[in-house]
Design a protein around this ligand. Structure first.
Ligand code: SF4
Length: 215
């Protein structure tokens, strides 16, 4: 896949920004801790499914201390509609204990400390750093991986290669929100099976050879 040229990359992000100036995560949360829990629960699940399961939890549990007080059995009961819920609940309880023991019950603003938590990998840490702390990270999920490769924004064989390529090439004004624009573009327009190329705002900039047509 050919690499998109810098001027086209600039125009690409400018158009996504014009369509959605203030993009937000679709996960529902009120505190950084709730965001961290939601992201851990969302692995291989949809944001809609996670929101449905956590809505009643979010009202009761705002801190790791409240999660410990709730207990493993009740947490599982709340999240049992989410895939892999047993393992995810175990990780949420363990990371809550670690946050209390090592971070005064706060979510650390630090990649290494985040990635040391159970169930938290590079992608989850990147989402928390970007959404909760405004860091300029781009967490590469399946949607961003596809969009970056199809369009030529940052072709790469692995999520890490795509992440580094995107971060290197994204122009400064768009760094903060690039993650959300790309996820939403992949989720709703540049879809896996049949991208909606005819109504895509970056169609003329995209380098994908197999663009779909009307009909
Ligand atoms: S033109 Fe098609 S392939 Fe390219 S970004 Fe838009 S939807 Fe995706």
């Amino acid at each position: 896949m050919p690499l998109m040229k810098p001027a086209a990359i600039h125009a690409f992000y400018a158009r996504l920004r014009d369509a959605l100036p203030e993009p937000k995560t679709e996960l529902e949360y009120a505190t950084p801790y709730q965001l961290l829990v939601a992201v851990v629960l969302s692995a291989q699940a949809t944001d809609v499914g996670v929101n449905r399961a956590t809505r009643s939890l979010v009202e009761k549990v705002k801190t790791p201390q409240q999660m410990i007080a709730l207990g493993d059995a009740k947490l599982k009961d709340h999240v049992k509609s989410i895939g892999l819920f047993r393992n995810k609940a175990k990780n949420v309880m363990a990371l809550s204990r670690l946050l209390i023991e090592h971070h005064g019950g706060e979510v650390p603003h630090d990649r290494a400390a985040l990635e040391a938590l159970p169930g938290v990998g590079r992608k989850t840490a990147s989402v928390v750093l970007n959404v909760a702390f405004g860091e300029k990270t781009i967490a590469v999920d399946t949607h961003i991986f596809r969009v970056a490769n199809r369009t030529g924004l940052a072709p790469g064989k692995t999520p890490l290669a795509v992440e580094l390529g995107l971060e290197k090439r994204v122009p400064e004004p768009y760094v903060q929100h690039a993650h959300h624009w790309l996820i939403l573009h992949g989720r709703y327009v540049c879809k896996a099976r049949k991208p909606d190329c005819p109504s895509c705002v970056v169609r003329d900039l995209c380098r994908y050879k197999a663009k779909t047509t009307v009909g």
